[in-house]
Design a protein. Structure first.
Length: 292
């Protein structure tokens, strides 16, 4: 699921306080993928930062950005030896080509390596502040994802309740389907045979009704769909964060059962209920993509 969080902490570098700000953004991902960007001077702390994010977040594609309000790298210093050697060579070239010409010091600005940046000194306090800011960002990100997850769970439970309610209506209407079919079939047979004065064969009529009842019996589909709904709810309320694939599989199975319900029952009202259940399942499938 998506989320955003930020955090900050203060480190002291060379006696000067520097505020470190961390911002973490996460999108859905099956595994954990961390991409952190730190100021160059803090690059040595990258492995520790990534390890902390993996531990705190668990899964998702996380982009972490660290910004520093203040200088975190040492000031560049003039390499006097390089400057003297370069100036001496420039003067030697002047003496050879134009003895009376001046050699401006400004020429030294184009000499590569004239200024060097000292390597950062390992500082435990800087790493501590950096990890503190990252931990705060991860906590805020998790809190946002938790709120999103709770909203998603509420939406999914509402869809499940809707499906269960419509399934109850289907189960209640199924016996009436057979009775209505018996009445329609008897009416048609009596109308056709009555014109010829032939009595209705009750045995044959009941045989046809029995065949119809067997073809339209959805007791197994209703039972399985109820079982799938119960399993879906149990998985959703589980504390494990790795049930996205199972939920998606259950949705596929629920869709098959609903399709079978629609195929077996020709009654118009049941068809309407099946269409509504399919709509609920489709909305659930879209939401479940956020936790796969």
């Amino acid at each position: 699921m998506t989320g955003y969080g930020s955090g900050e902490a203060t480190a002291v570098l060379g006696g000067v306080p520097v505020r470190l700000r961390a911002a973490a953004r996460a999108v859905n991902h099956r595994f954990i993928d961390v991409r952190a960007r730190l100021p160059t001077a803090l690059g040595e702390h990258l492995p520790a930062v990534e390890a902390l994010v993996r531990e705190r977040v668990g899964r998702g594609r996380v982009e972490l950005t660290i910004l520093a309000d203040g200088r975190v790298e040492a000031a560049p210093r003039l390499d006097s030896a390089v400057a003297r050697e370069a100036f001496a060579q420039l003067r030697a070239l002047r003496d050879e080509l134009a003895p009376d010409a001046d050699v401006p010091l400004g020429l030294l600005a184009s000499v590569p390596g004239l200024f060097v940046t000292p390597a950062p000194t390992p500082d435990a306090s800087v790493r501590s502040a950096l990890l503190q800011a990252c931990a705060a960002a991860c906590d805020a990100l998790d809190a946002m994802r938790l709120r999103e997850g709770q909203a998603l769970a509420t939406e999914l439970e509402a869809r499940l309740e809707s499906i269960a309610a419509r399934l109850g209506e289907v189960a209640g209407r199924c016996p009436h389907v057979v009775q209505a079919h018996r009445a329609r079939l008897r009416e048609r047979i009596e109308r056709l045979l009555g014109e010829r004065g032939v009595p209705v064969d009750e045995g044959r009529l009941e045989h046809e009704i029995a065949l119809f009842a067997e073809r339209t019996d959805v007791a197994e589909e209703v039972a399985r769909l109820r079982s799938h709904c119960a399993q879906f709810l149990d998985l959703m309320r589980s504390e494990s964060p790795m049930h996205g694939r199972k939920l998606d599989f259950l949705l596929q199975e629920m869709g098959r059962e609903v399709n079978t319900l629609g195929a077996k029952t020709p009654e118009i009202e049941i068809t309407r209920l099946v269409v509504e259940m399919k709509a609920d399942l489709e909305r659930m499938r879209e939401q479940i993509q956020n936790v796969l």
